[in-house]
Design a protein around this ligand. Structure first.
Ligand SMILES: NC(=O)c1ccc[n+]([C@@H]2O[C@H](COP(=O)([O-])OP(=O)(O)OC[C@H]3O[C@@H](n4cnc5c(N)ncnc54)[C@H](O)[C@@H]3O)[C@@H](O)[C@H]2O)c1
Length: 260
């Protein structure tokens, strides 16, 4: 019944950004397997590949297609999607769960943000959505859905989020412009703004523990969110259930963002 509602069975969905089993992207991949999707992975570093292969074995999916993709490189991004396109034909969905900034640009005063650090955070965390959509577009011939991962720091000033907040603001704006542009091809583009979750990327945010405590105290649900809660809403946004929604940022944050 649920499978019929979602219409994700046998759909080719590319998941970018699994570094380990804590990654938000891994939570999403597990759910996608559960609903019968054909999940294709991209990874950047060799050590992520090894972990991913092990995780896939443990999850009973050792045959999943895995392709190398460094989003800082147009050539790498294009080669990855050309390879995926050649192997599966049509791409129906993409989970863009990738971001990076230099540690010093999160630890130093915002005033000290360097030109290079700013450009690098934007390139990896915001432009990569555009380059990914461009590389995948020739294979999204049946329409589809692209979902990216954002954070409240895009809209509000959060201590220690600095240059990444500016990159997330650009990511959300890029998401809207993409949605407006490729809606004519029946491709939807949305962002999930996830609450704070303890992952590898989160380790880079200096005040992360304080953030977790503050959310517990302040959020309407009086708790933090879990990987599977973000995964479930991402599945909705990839599925037939959300077919009328594009260009939106959807908060999965126990309601924290509504509080003053
Ligand atoms: N953890 C949180 O609290 C939280 C909250 C909201 C949004 N997010 C966002 O969720 C997404 C996933 O992060 P996560 O928390 O799961 O951490 P994570 O460290 O598990 O995932 C980040 C991924 O980005 C990948 N990446 C970085 N640079 C790359 C490059 N040049 N090419 C290809 N891949 C690259 C890493 O390999 C890694 O797999 C990020 O966009 C992050 O900003 C995280």
């Amino acid at each position: 019944m649920m499978e019929n509602l979602l219409q994700l069975k046998d759909k080719n969905i590319v998941v970018m950004g699994v570094a380990n089993d804590r990654s938000i992207a891994w939570g999403i991949a597990k759910r996608l397997f559960d609903v019968g999707a054909n999940v294709i992975f991209t990874y950047r570093q060799e050590r992520s590949l090894k972990k991913l292969q092990k995780q896939l074995e443990n999850y009973g999916q050792p045959e999943a297609l895995i392709v190398q993709c460094d989003v800082n490189s147009d050539d790498s991004t294009k080669a990855a999607f050309d390879e995926i396109g050649a192997k599966v034909g049509v791409i129906h969905g993409i989970v863009h769960s990738v971001a990076f900034a230099n540690a010093e640009d999160l630890h130093n005063r915002f005033l000290e943000t360097t030109r290079d650090g700013y450009a690098f955070a934007q390139d990896t965390s915001a432009y990569s959505l555009i380059s990914t959509a461009k590389a995948a577009h020739p294979y999204m011939t049946e329409g589809g859905s692209i979902v990216t991962m954002s954070y409240l720091g895009a809209e509000r000033v959060l201590d220690g989020y600095n240059v990444m907040g500016v990159a997330k603001a650009a990511l959300e704006a890029s998401m809207r412009y993409l949605a407006a542009d490729i809606g004519q091809d029946n491709i939807r583009v949305n962002a999930i703004s996830a609450g704070a979750i303890r992952t590898l990327a989160a380790k880079g945010v200096p005040s992360f523990n304080t953030i977790l405590h503050k959310i517990e105290e302040t959020a309407p649900l009086k708790r933090n969110v879990q990987q599977d809660e973000v995964a479930d809403m991402t599945i909705v946004m990839l599925s037939h259930l959300s077919r009328g929604v594009t260009g939106e940022t959807i908060y999965i944050d126990a309601g924290y963002n509504i509080m003053g």
